[in-house]
Write a protein that binds this ligand. Sequence first.
Ligand code: IFM
Length: 470
Amino acid sequence: MTTYQFPKDFMWGAAASGIQTEGSTNKANPSIWDLWFQQSPERFYREISSDVVCDTYHKYQDDVRLMKQVGMNSFRTSIQWTRLIKDFETGEVCPDAVDFYHRYFDEMIENGIEPMINLYHFDMPAELQETYGGFESKLVVEKFVQYAVKAFELFGHKIKYWITFNEPIVPVEGGYLYDFHYPCKRDGKLAVQVGYNTILAHAQAVHAYKQLQAQNKVAADGQIGVVLNLTPSYTRNDSEEDKKAAWYADLLFNRSFLDPMVKNEFPAELCDVLKAQNILPETSPEEIDEICSAKVDFLGVNYYVPRRVKAREAEYELDYFTPEVYFENYVNPEGRFNPFRDNNEILPVAIYDIAKNVQDNYGNLPWYIAEIGIAMDEESEGKADETGYIDDSFRTDLMKEHLVQLHRAMEEGSNCFGVHQWTFIDNWSWLNSFKRRYGFYRLDLETGNRIPKKHGLWFKQLSETGQFDY
Ligand code: IFM
């Protein structure tokens, strides 16, 4: 048995997002998720929309108490663009939203929970999608920055950690390549434009924040960063063909956002690929300058499953570009799989590999695990026992294995400052709605009650002592 000790001021907490938790009370405008649900409810698991979520809007005070009970010292959620902004043309804010977010953030701060606030978690306003094509349009980039500035001005004196985007590649994949986000298009060129415009929106928001900071309009010690889902690619074997396949997967899925957002450069090889595929985005030299000078203060990394690839064997059959032009996905026959989550592969060493990549190739920037999620379904988690707790020791065991790998990387100098579990209370998750449960607390969909899980007891001890044995 070894004791793994983490630094004293380490951030221990959880992540969620506004749209997945707040509920729709007093929301100023619909997002694409409201619109899509109205159009195609059958696409959502058990036809549950984002209306039926944790109702944080009303329950935030009780919930902050629950955060403390599992030892959280920090929490990430997002402001909903569609809640804060009432009028997208003028940028006028909704007073109720301003009041709600102040009360919610104050409650956390007064209780020793550091809020980390994200500006965009897949929740494009429906009006901006339908009128302008969302991030297909540079006008919407401007509107995003206008919204970001409003948020900084309103809350920037109390929020110390800002995040521009969560997993910015996901709306590109879901909305423009693989049909799991609205607007459900399949168009490689548009996907690249949306990706580029998102990177531009991020860069302009970072610049706007730094400018406000220079004018003393936000906290002097405030920081801004981005949260990326980074998935190392592992090959079937050591052949040069497989290694090349993994290199392409890494270039297209990881470096495509990581390099411009963190290293402030576009990989030349990425530009070559996009040029060869005839899908280069429309850019301007001024925009490239903005992207290449927007320095983030920290990086958040979300990790769930590894990517397994092999060299293409079958012919590529789609009539539009996807990254799979350059590789095929592969299931490792010797892998370990999570029986409770679509048989996803479990590979804790990926955490070490991510940490070392950030350390060796991205200037050892301060970073944290912004989401690590261990999914179970409600049936496998079972019901609460006589103590009132649900036994999810499967989650604790796996979390320990992942933290051992993080600890190893930190011993070797990785600059990690925290770990946030996805998620705090089981929340609504897009097309999957409540199919998978990830929280410290079960959300009872009938009653709205929060039922504690045993993993929270372990986590509390971990955050209080900064250590665990394994
Ligand atoms: O629910 C999502 C979250 O919005 C982004 N990261 C992955 C989670 C679980 O699927």
